[in-house]
Design a protein around this ligand. Structure first.
Ligand SMILES: [Zn+2]
Ligand SMILES: [Zn+2]
Length: 343
């Protein structure tokens, strides 16, 4: 074992599998043999060449789970043989935010997948501080979903749902479905989830959400079912102007709207005016900080079952097919898992 395979994009639409030299982990690093790597919406943006902050060539893939096969000399909490998942961060540890424990705000934050570390590969180097053990009852596949799940945990915690609250999630992608499930787990009495993909809506229903097929009547439906008041908490997980507008229309006066979607276009100030007049607290949510641990506990305890979100598996050799499948709307895989060691 002197080289291993990893994925890298040189031009839009194609991931090259290249051979790279294997090296000893740095003092603070662990080396994982990757067992499962999930495909993220962000990977797709890169694959299409539409990611606003990525220049080619660039390594790709950041949702990983695997087994520790080597540790650096300063590594103390992890050992060879541990089953783990990892946060894809490289932080400085020295800046204002790192010193305060808000490592997600690090002023020198780098993401491993943009810096030569590919989750779509046979091996993966991770900093010990961002590597988390998986309990025996959490599979590698579910372990690889801890990164998007941590995003959902982070957002739902910001919603501060109280027992009996009403919630609406706008969107039916994997993170929206996780948010719906977590809102139910948080004790909401009604969780509406607005989307339009049959398979995803069925999963939302099984999670205890009320699926609402989004159309021009979505607003009326939600208002009618909340006595004309609107919901206490709305999660916007689409990222288009219409859903922000809708979020402000369906959130009650004094309620909270958590904005998670990524916007490619600018839009009118009308939703901000609504937020002002209705005194809606508009809260941004991006990535995670100390949320992996909570996510792992939520799946290990059985409170949340993420298996229904895993719809497809591909070997690493077919990574391009996997990304292409995610890129087309037909069939619409929810979460694709890449298996580096299976053909
Ligand atoms: Zn991701
Ligand atoms: Zn820092």
């Amino acid at each position: 074992m002197s080289t291993f395979t990893r994925g890298r994009i040189f031009e839009a639409g194609r991931i090259e599998l290249e051979q790279v030299e294997i090296r000893e982990p740095k003092d603070w690093e662990v080396l994982l043999k990757t067992e499962s790597a999930a495909v993220c919406g962000g990977d797709l943006h890169m694959f299409r060449g539409r990611h606003p902050y990525v220049k080619f060539p660039c390594t790709i893939g950041h949702e990983v789970a695997g087994v520790v096969v080597a540790v650096g000399k300063d590594v103390s909490k992890l050992k060879v043989g541990d089953r783990v998942t990892a946060e894809p961060f490289m932080t400085c540890g020295e800046c204002y935010w790192c010193k305060r424990g808000r490592y997600d705000y690090c002023q020198n934050l780098k993401l491993r997948y943009k810096n030569g570390y590919s989750g779509f590969g046979e091996y993966y180097y991770s900093d010990e501080q961002f590597t988390h053990k998986l309990p025996d009852n959490v599979s590698f596949d579910v372990g690889s979903l801890m990164e998007p799940f941590a995003c959902s945990v982070h957002a739902v915690r910001k919603g501060q749902i109280n027992l009996g609250d009403t919630v609406c999630v706008l969107g039916d992608g994997p993170i929206a479905l996780m948010m719906g499930c977590l809102s139910v787990v948080s004790g909401a009495s009604k969780v509406f989830l607005a989307g339009h993909h049959d398979k995803n809506m069925k999963i939302a229903e099984n999670y205890g959400c009320i699926p609402v097929y989004s159309d021009e009547k979505t607003k009326d439906y939600i208002l009618e079912n909340t006595d004309g008041i609107g919901v206490d908490v709305t999660f916007e997980a689409v990222g288009v102007p219409e859903t922000v507008r809708l979020a402000m229309e369906i959130t009650r006066r004094g309620g909270k709207a958590i904005i998670f979607g990524l916007f490619e276009e600018d839009f009118s100030a009308k939703p901000i005016l609504d937020a002002m007049t209705k005194e809606i607290e508009v809260i941004g949510s991006n990535s995670y900080c100390w949320d992996f641990q909570r996510g792992i506990q939520l799946v290990s305890s059985g409170k949340v079952n993420l298996n229904p979100l895993i719809t497809d598996h591909y070997p690493l050799s077919r990574i391009n097919e996997a990304l292409a499948a995610k890129n087309t709307s037909a069939g619409r895989p929810i979460k694709i898992i890449i298996k580096p060691w299976e053909e």
